[in-house]
Design a protein around this ligand. Structure first.
Ligand code: BGP
Length: 501
């Protein structure tokens, strides 16, 4: 198995509303996620996978602990940290005047990373629209475009010198489906017209950001050869019956909605047929402006950030009439041309997320062959009910999950796919949109029971450190779990400068 290249990016990813806290500090005002978590606060019984919607006013308090966290990440040996900058901290109102305290915070956070040999990998937008902008129409209105241009200009100018990899947004798919069709996330709409408008404005705003990115390079705010990417959580489709042509056709339909719709606009400069059919069917022609389409065509993005957690088992809608006992109820999608199903005989997490690592390398070839752009895994991780023993979490299950997926990245690289990095979800325990604070993903634990929110190492942190240290020789097959939990226990005892501060 080919090893990783010397300059391969080993990173962790996170998200401001999930980690940062400080929601009214430093001149910030509320976003749609603040309102959503206040309005829908719900704590299910201990140990239940029922959705926990909890306060994010403090979260893991990265806002005050960013220097400690940068020091812990240095201990981990990561060379990247992917993180979205909180829009409401940069523009707390619609005056068009950026909040200097917010910019100072991010500049200090970036410096703490750079001083520790860690590349900041900023994402401009990750679902949390400032409330003032939401109230003006948010992502499904034209007002989003110029507000996004202002955000991109200010951030490229102030922070461009610190890094050469940026992303415009995270998972436009999850945000538009969960926010505009399913009423699962803010803005909590169930409106097909709003859904398609949000997709349109998010795609155009990605191209507008690229326009500003290229201008910022010319003005020397950003280094030459820097990359501006688009992040997406494509779930490679797997036919329920690999020999059934209806199921295979359903997979192709799934890809039009779950792959082409969210990557073609910003990588190929075109919208797929399903978009134009919807615009026609819903009589939305008036949102399409010729100049937008020109901007889209002339400002394609440079890089794919791929959030890979799981593939999707796809069936033809005929299966809904068959007497099949599913692990979880099938989910249909607008157009009803395919159904996402959950057969019993597969591996799932406790939250019913499919576990099939092999589709990371299979899907990587699809992306590489279709778009011919460098790739980076921007999220991959395992949500679990972590439990502390002897002061640490021996999360062997997470080491197993991550090593299976990292093996697939290595496999794809050895088969010629241009992976430039792997960013695991996530650095430390944070707020999860589907699991609150009980669904833990971190390499580093956070003591949410203690107001100090002390950090502590999990054995997976020392596994990841070992992988990165030996990136050219690392062997992901034979894992000495005991060694990594001992490393974590020893570190907790010996590194008082890092733990329980
Ligand atoms: C992705 C989001 C992340 C993160 C991750 C895990 O879709 O980009 O923000 O939340 O999913 O999801 P969850 O925390 O709901 O398990």
């Amino acid at each position: 198995m080919k090893k990783f290249k010397k300059d391969f990016i080993f990173s962790t990813s996170t998200c401001s509303y999930q980690i940062e806290g400080g929601r009214l500090e430093g001149g910030r005002t509320h976003s749609n996620w603040d309102k959503f978590t206040i309005d829908n606060f719900h704590i299910p019984p201990e140990g239940s996978t029922e959705r926990e919607i909890n306060s994010i006013s403090v979260a893991a308090n990265y806002y005050e602990k960013y220097q400690l966290d940068a020091d812990i990440m240095k201990e981990m040996g990561v060379n990247g940290f992917a993180y979205n900058l909180d829009w409401a901290r940069i523009f707390p109102n619609d005056s068009g005047i950026a909040n200097e305290e917010g910019l100072d915070f991010y500049e200090n956070a970036f410096k703490s990373l750079i001083n520790n040999g860690i590349k900041p990998i900023p994402i401009l937008y990750h679902w949390d629209t400032p409330l003032w902008l939401e109230e003006k129409g948010g992502t499904s209105s034209r007002v989003f475009l110029e507000a996004f241009r202002d955000l991109a200009k200010v951030l490229f100018k102030r922070l461009g010198k610190y890094t050469d990899i940026w992303f415009v947004s995270d998972e436009n798919s999850s945000y538009t489906v969960q926010g505009y069709l399913d009423d699962y996330c803010p803005p909590g709409k169930k409106d097909e017209k709003e859904f398609w408008k949000a997709i349109y404005y998010l795609s155009i705003s990605g191209a507008i950001a690229k326009e500003e990115f290229d201008k910022a390079i010319k003005l020397n705010y950003i280094q030459e050869n820097s990359l501006l990417g688009i992040d997406h959580d494509w779930n490679p489709p797997v036919p329920y019956d690999k020999d059934d042509k209806d199921d295979i056709e359903a997979c192709e339909k799934f890809n039009e909605y779950n792959l082409d719709l969210f990557l073609d606009p910003n990588l190929l400069g075109t919208f797929p047929d399903c978009f134009w059919n919807a615009i026609k069917k819903l009589d939305l022609d008036e949102i399409i402006i010729e100049n937008d389409i020109e901007i889209l065509k002339n400002n394609k993005l440079d890089l794919i950030g791929w959030n890979y957690y799981r593939p999707a088992i796809i069936a033809h809608p005929k299966r809904l009439n068959e007497q099949i006992q599913w692990q979880n109820k099938p989910s249909t999608f607008i157009g009803n041309e395919f159904v996402i199903v959950f057969p019993k005989n597969y591996r799932y997490t406790k939250w019913n997320w499919l576990i099939m690592p092999e589709h990371l390398s299979i899907g990587a070839h699809v992306l590489w062959n279709k778009y011919d752009k460098p790739l980076m895994i921007l999220e991959n991780g395992l949500g679990y009910f972590d439990k502390k023993e002897d002061g640490i979490v021996a999360d062997d299950y997470r080491i197993e999950y991550l090593s299976e997926h990292l093996r697939e990245v290595q496999k794809a690289i050895s088969e010629g796919v241009n992976f430039i990095g792997y960013s695991a979800w996530t650095y430390c325990d944070i707020f999860s949109p589907s699991g609150g604070y009980r669904k833990k993903y971190g390499f580093v634990g956070v003591d949410f029971e203690n107001s100090n929110l002390g950090r502590y190492p999990k054995s997976s942190m020392y596994w990841y450190k070992d992988v990165i240290k030996n990136l050219t020789t690392t062997n992901l097959e034979h894992i000495d779990y005991k060694k990594f939990s001992n490393d974590a226990k020893l570190s907790l005892k010996s590194r008082k400068d890092l733990w329980n501060k």
